[in-house]
Design a protein around this ligand. Structure first.
Ligand code: AMP
Length: 216
């Protein structure tokens, strides 16, 4: 096994930590400690350690001074991916739609949606969605952006979990929350793999049930 590889039982441990019983898979048994962790804003240490091992820092990308958190090593590891997907989606009760933010959020949100038996809704960059949209502009850690969602993406009152890879300044998640609400959805939570606490994004999202699997 290479340094940084996840042992074969890590995914199972991750599943337990995330409270897989809430998603109705009967192949994984639950224990009391797993259930107690499922309700926390940050999941168990095993998930945090796994993310520390599998998300790498890329200095000065996409511009000087930014340390980019690259999740591709985590995505490439089947056990780590399964554990993270489970931890992101656990414990919300009924979730009708999982909304993923372009582009890395798509990968995670669609996986969470499959596991929860929910639908997936893409929150896309400006001009990419074909049907009528709601649009919201916001400030990024690097630059500005506009995201959109289809106006008919949600039935009124549908319970929506927003999923992305990284929470930085919080502008993207805040904009996505606004879009989901404008389109009629009820935001039940925002789940990310990694939160950059020094950028203070969580403050923009008070009361929205932010779950970060690792805070750095
Ligand atoms: P923010 O709106 O500042 O919270 O930025 C969050 C969005 O930008 C997410 O969709 C992330 O994928 C991306 N992002 C911001 N900062 C970083 C970073 N340092 N590393 C990787 N992705 C980032």
């Amino acid at each position: 096994m290479l340094p940084g590889d996840i042992p074969a039982d890590a995914a199972t441990a991750g599943h337990r930590a995330a409270g897989l019983d809430t998603v109705g898979l009967d192949t994984v048994s639950m224990d009391a400690s797993g259930r107690s962790r499922a309700g926390l804003d940050t999941a168990g240490l095993d998930i945090a350690d796994l993310i520390r091992a599998k998300v790498r820092d890329i200095a000065d990308y996409p511009q000087p001074g930014i340390v980019f958190k690259d999740i591709t090593p985590l995505l490439a590891d089947g056990g780590a991916l399964a554990a993270v997907v489970t931890a992101l989606g656990a414990g919300y009760g009924q979730v009708d739609k999982v909304a993923g933010i372009e582009a890395r959020g798509f990968i995670l949100a669609a996986s969470v949606a499959c596991q929860l038996g929910s639908g997936f809704v893409p929150v896309r960059k400006e001009g990419k969605l074909p049907a009528p949209t709601y649009a919201q502009s916001y400030q990024l850690e690097y630059g500005t952006a506009t995201i959109e969602v289809h106006q008919d993406a949600f039935a009124p009152g549908e319970r929506v979990l927003i999923v992305d890879d990284v929470l930085a300044t919080g502008g993207t998640a805040e904009a996505a929350t606004g879009l989901v609400r404008r389109a009629g959805g009820e935001v039940v939570g925002i789940a990310v793999i990694l939160e950059l606490a020094f950028l203070g994004g969580r403050a923009k999202l008070s009361g929205l049930g932010v779950r970060s699997l690792l805070v750095v």
